[in-house]
Design a binder for this molecule. Structure first.
Ligand code: ARG
Ligand code: ZN
Length: 854
């Protein structure tokens, strides 16, 4: 990207260390909903020489008093603008000094949920990335770390902050966090909460009190979160030798939360949907997600907190690594192959899509206007893929040595991607100069594979090429680990997985001494986040689907078959016979994991088909795609009616609901069969299931089937009557209707729902439920008349002044606009331009729409 003259633009190249060392942070809060007092005593020492002291602090801070070592500086030595406070060097003593400020803030006016705010009568905070500056004047940057001492005065019954409790009495609490941390890891909670409690003893014998805090009445839905926490603590000790380092670990569930969860030191704050679960209210997918996010936030204690980021450009240092770690954890807790396939699906759906459009950016961006816009699939999920590749290249031992060195060398520091790569170089002796391009260069490489066969020698010819992304036209070749295996004509594996290491634009690899020409299983385990293009016919794909020993490659073969059929059908050609035949065999393969069979039965989504068509140079037609997918599903159901119905009956899980992986796998297969059967049974099975089952997994699945057929009415009102007071279930209720509705009805349904009194749109979960549900209806949202675009734009403009983070995040529904036909493009662009022209648009949304229009 080029330097524009936007005053807000930040550049990696401009990094400068903070000129002061912050030795100690003391905070004293006197909480009141409209007028909270915050006193901050900050002890600084100049790093070298004399410089002005810059403190971040927004317009919302009402400054009451300011002293340096107890004395007020002269009026002309303190200046303030909308974003910061500057104290002239001349006003500062030579050595150590303490700056004391008192400010007043108004948590109840804070609708952006950034800084200190009130959710359901309880005080809570969200400070990452730059929320702390809305609480008090402070060097709000991750490389300024200090121990915190926090005093809270409040009549709320439970008063929490980071670290260990040092004093708790009526109306007062004092917390001390000995581990130096940046302000973004600060947290405070004050409210009427109850805890479910447990304990954990660390490997070196520290006894840790664990609490999951929820509102009274929600206790019986917090047990699974606690179990997940204990498993995470144990796993991090076993696998990474990382122990917890405080006497307490608190988790709090809040209803109003912009993101999923936050790793504040010793006091993780969670969106309540990622804590609360019961069989009646949460699906198998919810349980799995709770387990993985609890793990993710806990793992941040070492990868994020003990070692943090030097600046926000390094966000992937903590997020990519922590996602990688939570993926490893889930693989160990559940089926590793199913987890891998799910992660690849998510990566393609969100990250490949991002890379394909105007919002593409490197895993480590070099510039931004609003850092909150960079909590993306690229930074998180591709960031994790890059670490997976690194591990594949240096091997498990090399990876373990590098991580040990990382923790040893950088504990207590704010590190960079250069530091991270250096520990791998030092621990393994490998030069990672070229590998680093995975961090600096945006875009998804296209890898093509061609085969030649001669005298028992098979040669694989690879080329790589990465299309241009905004601001980056030339993409030099990258290091690509390509896992390959060979399968003989009889279906036996003749060459187990071998890691080919590609580093040139064009490169070939040979296998010698082969008797007969084998079938190549390529990119096993999805060994690199690339798009593999190979000339391969449907019969060979079906062969791989039947015989590949690598579960990912096997699934991928089926996926390719399905996509090939669907893209053909959506372009008015014939297709699907090979896929339908092969799927019949696999579905009945009793040796295969039911979860795996379920994955193979599920057709790719419409969005994925569109992405595929666009990558292949075609203009996707949402209606034709919707149609093609319906037709193929119907043919699958007709062809395999008996088989599917047998699966549906066999996969009943006996006994009371349990969220474990095996039971969930059986339910997943059963639900996949139900989805297909609903295409031909008029919805009869779904209606019966909805009526008799008590777990939310099956109820939701049945409901989706019914809504899709336009028969959701009775079930929807039943669910509403039963759960109208349960926010999380009602969020599902709001999502499913626009999401699963026939595309032609989706916008009208969304509009009607948006007019309901219980569409509490200022709650981020509720807003995302409805608008995200609509955006997930591919043909509905991309309606040719542009009504989907208008509806979303209207709501984003309404949300932006209230909560810019949410508006900006939801605006990514527009990121695919360039790939559609001219009519749709024109209408989407008009909606984007309307937003761009909005008076008082936030920096968050402005940056997003500007990048999308450019
Ligand atoms: N660090 C959190 C995580 O675990 C995400 C917080 C992001 N918050 C934000 N406002 N951007 O991934
Ligand atoms: Zn994270």
């Amino acid at each position: 990207m080029t330097r524009t003259d936007s005053p807000d633009r930040q550049f990696l190249a401009d990094y400068r260390p903070y000129p002061f060392i912050l030795e100690q942070t003391r905070l004293e809060f006197t909480l009141a909903p409209d007028a909270t007092r915050v006193r901050a005593d900050l002890t600084f020492r100049p790093r070298n020489g004399s410089e002005d002291l810059l403190l971040d602090g927004g317009k919302n801070l009402h400054l009451i008093s300011l002293t340096i070592d107890g004395r007020e500086p002269a009026a002309d030595q303190v200046t303030r603008d909308d974003e910061r406070l500057v104290i002239a060097a001349a006003a500062l003593p030579d050595g150590q000094f303490t700056l004391a400020t008192e400010v007043e803030i108004n948590p109840s006016a804070n609708t952006a949920f950034e800084g200190l705010y009130i959710s359901n009568g309880m005080f809570c905070t969200q400070c990452e990335a730059e929320g702390f500056r809305h609480i008090t004047f402070y060097p709000d940057r991750p490389d300024v770390m200090a121990p915190f001492q926090v005093t809270i005065h409040s009549d709320q019954p439970v008063l929490l902050s980071n670290g260990n409790p040092v004093r708790q009495e009526e109306g007062l609490a004092e917390w001390h966090d000995p581990w130096p941390k940046p302000a973004y890891l600060f947290a405070l909670v004050a409210g009427d909460l109850v805890a479910i409690e447990d304990r954990f003893t660390t490997a070196s014998g520290r006894d840790v009190a664990l609490n999951v805090w929820v509102r009274p009445g929600d206790e019986d839905r917090a047990g699974f979160a606690m179990e997940s926490l204990i498993k995470s603590m144990k796993w991090d000790e076993d696998v990474y030798r990382r122990e917890y380092d405080l006497d307490v670990f608190n988790i709090v569930a809040v209803d109003d939360f912009n993101m999923g969860a936050m790793e504040n030191k010793g006091l993780n704050i969670f969106n309540s949907k990622l804590v609360l679960a019961s069989p009646e209210t949460a699906t198998d997918a919810d349980y799995e997600r709770i387990e993985s996010v609890i793990a993710h936030e806990y793992f941040h204690n070492w990868t994020g907190n003990r070692i943090t980021c030097r600046d926000w450009f390094q966000l992937c240092l903590k997020e990519g690594l922590t996602v990688f770690r939570d993926q490893q954890f889930t693989s160990d807790m559940r089926s590793a192959s199913v987890k891998r396939i799910g992660d690849v699906q998510a990566l393609r759906a969100r990250q490949f899509r991002e890379d394909q459009g105007p919002l593409a950016h490197p895993v480590r961006p070099e510039e931004y206007e609003e850092i909150n816009n960079f909590y993306t699939a690229t930074v998180y999920e591709k960031g994790a893929e890059v670490i997976g590749m690194l591990k594949r290249l240096v091997g498990d031992d090399g990876y373990a040595r590098a991580l040990d060195l990382y923790f040893k060398r950088h504990d207590g520091e704010a590190a960079t991607i250069e530091d991270w790569l250096k520990v791998f170089e030092d621990a393994t002796g490998r030069d990672l100069t070229q590998f680093k391009r995975w961090y600096t260069d945006a875009g998804t490489p296209r890898l093509t594979m061609r085969e030649t066969w001669e005298n028992g020698r098979l040669t694989l010819h690879f080329t790589q090429h990465t299309p241009p992304t905004p601001g980056q036209n030339d993409k030099p070749p990258r290091v690509i680990p390509i896992a390959v295996g060979l399968i003989g004509p009889n279906g036996d594996e003749i060459e187990p997985t071998r890691m080919l290491e590609m580093s040139e634009a064009k490169q070939e690899f040979s296998f010698d001494g082969l008797g007969a020409r084998p079938v190549v299983s390529a990119l096993r385990g999805f060994s690199a986040p690339v798009i593999l293009e190979r000339n391969i016919d449907d019969a060979t794909r079906a062969f791989l689907l039947a015989h590949d020993t690598d579960p990912f490659a096997r699934w991928e073969a089926g996926r390719e078959l399905a996509l090939h059929a669907l893209t053909a059908l959506s372009q008015g050609q014939e297709g699907g016979a090979d896929y339908i035949g092969a799927i019949g065999q696999l579905a009945t393969d009793e040796d295969a994991d039911p979860a795996f069979r379920a994955l193979c039965l599920n057709l790719p989504g419409e969005e994925e088909i569109a992405t595929r068509l666009y990558a292949a140079g075609a203009i996707p037609d949402p209606d034709a795609i919707h149609d093609a997918r319906n037709r193929l599903a119907r043919r699958m159901a007709e062809t395999h009616a008996n088989l599917l119905s047998a699966i549906y009956d066999q996969m009943v899980v006996p006994g009371p609901y349990s969220p474990d992986a095996d039971s969930a796998a059986r339910r997943a297969l059963r639900i996949s069969a139900l989805g297909l059967l609903t295409r031909i049974d008029g919805g009869e099975r779904a209606e019966v299931l909805f009526g008799i089952t008590s777990n939310m997994t099956e109820r939701m699945a049945a409901l989706i089937c019914l809504v899709r057929r336009g028969r959701g009415g009775v079930a929807l009102s039943a669910l509403h009557d039963q759960f109208k007071d349960n926010r999380l279930v009602m969020d599902k209720w709001f999502t499913v209707q626009p999401m699963a509705a026939p595309p032609a009805d989706a916008i009208a349904i969304a509009r009607q729902l948006s007019e309901r009194r219980d569409f509490d749109w200022k709650n981020p979960n509720r807003f995302r439920a409805l608008l995200g549900g609509l955006a997930a209806n591919h043909a509905g949202f991309h309606a040719a008349d542009g009504k989907g675009y208008d509806f979303l734009a209207e709501w984003l403009m309404k949300m932006d002044p209230i909560n810019p983070q949410i508006a900006a995040r939801m605006s990514t529904a527009f990121e695919t606009w360039p790939r559609y036909d001219e009519n749709r493009r024109k209408r989407a662009l008009a909606a984007l331009e309307r937003m761009a022209a909005m008076k008082g648009i936030s920096r968050n949304l402005r940056e997003m729409v500007t990048r999308m229009i450019a």
